[in-house]
Design a protein around this ligand. Structure first.
Ligand SMILES: [Zn+2]
Ligand SMILES: [Zn+2]
Length: 329
């Protein structure tokens, strides 16, 4: 059965540090392309803002507006403040979690230049403390935000729920994260910024699936990243024998959540054959059962191509045939 993919770690806005960022419309498009149904959006963490607190307030308002406009896509939004702003920052935490309707805050200690064990940061968490907020703390292997240090913060603030953001970069960091999550019931972790199934397996085995969240860290990591490219069959000039089972077996072996299939017509005419449509339909049905989304089936001929996805929509037929027919939900 198809599941809704929820991305727990995504950012709206621009990171001062890298100048990289995305707006709400861009992210919604990327979510659709990656098959992500909903996401927790947070401000773009990292770096001192030129406009100081005014920038912070504006960023938090962008998140709040996005939640109001797209409640079906963004169930939760996280705001941010700079620890250096002291009491004025605490007031903004209260505003973000109060009138703006945000459910938590995001921090990147390493980029923002503070340590998670510093009194100034703990004062910020105390300002959020009475509201049972969700705190996303980007983890890095260094001392400012390693998982052990974040575990100690979670222990000190049992009323808050913490997510260790992407504790995935070194083996030591992964081990620290597993130990910290096991030791603190209010600590969870996300798998952002990487695409190695072994990392997922490690954490699910160590701490249990209910403490491990999918996250992308978009736009800094592409959630629709191609994880593998495989040749399934080589055919004769006018025919190729591709078994649905072989296509699906490759997708399963790579733990793929989606699949893009292509083949060529040496004739130079990219018009899909009846068999191409039949094959596509079978892949859609199989994908529905296996929870592997067929993105498209492309026919390439010389320098032109046809998308069976687009051809199907042009004919007024739904792409997700089986689901649309009410066969599964
Ligand atoms: Zn992030
Ligand atoms: Zn064909």
């Amino acid at each position: 059965m198809a599941q809704t993919i929820i991305d727990t770690h995504s950012h709206i806005g621009t990171t001062i540090r890298s100048g990289q960022g995305q707006d709400v419309a861009t992210w919604l498009e990327a979510m659709d392309a990656a098959g992500i149904g909903q996401s927790i959006i947070s401000v773009a963490a990292g770096g001192l803002q030129a406009g100081g607190l005014a920038d912070t307030r504006a960023m938090n308002e962008i998140i709040a507006n996005a939640l109001q406009q797209h409640p079906d896509r963004f169930p939760i939004g996280l705001g941010g403040i700079e620890v250096r702003h002291g009491e004025a920052g605490h007031a903004e935490v209260r505003r973000a979690l109060g009138e703006l309707g945000l459910r938590g805050m995001v921090f990147h200690a390493t980029f923002e230049g503070f340590s998670v064990d510093s009194p100034a940061f703990h004062a910020v968490l105390a300002a959020a403390g009475r509201r049972k907020a969700l705190i996303l703390l980007h983890s890095t292997p260094d001392g400012r935000a390693n998982p052990t240090a974040i575990g100690a913060v979670a222990a000190k603030f049992p009323n808050l729920t913490f997510v260790l953001g992407h504790p995935v970069f070194t083996e030591d960091q992964r081990k620290q994260a597993a130990a910290a999550v096991k030791a603190n019931a209010n600590l969870h972790l996300d798998l952002a910024y990487q695409d190695d199934p072994k990392t997922t397996e490690f954490f699910v085995t160590e701490v249990g699936a209910d403490r491990v969240y999918y996250g992308s860290d978009a736009p800094y990591f592409d959630p629709a990243k191609v994880i593998a490219t495989e040749v399934i069959a080589e055919g004769l000039p006018d025919a190729v024998d591709a078994r649905i089972a072989d296509v699906c077996a490759l997708a399963i072996r790579h733990r793929a959540v989606s699949l893009l299939v292509a083949h060529n017509h040496p004739s130079g005419d990219p018009t899909p054959s009846e068999y191409d449509y039949e094959l596509t339909k079978s892949l859609l049905v199989a994908g529905e059962l296996l929870d592997i989304r067929l993105i498209d089936h492309l026919i390439v001929a010389g320098s032109s191509y046809r998308s069976i996805h687009d051809e199907t929509l042009k004919k007024g037929a739904p792409w997700e045939l089986y689901r649309a027919a009410g066969g599964a939900s």
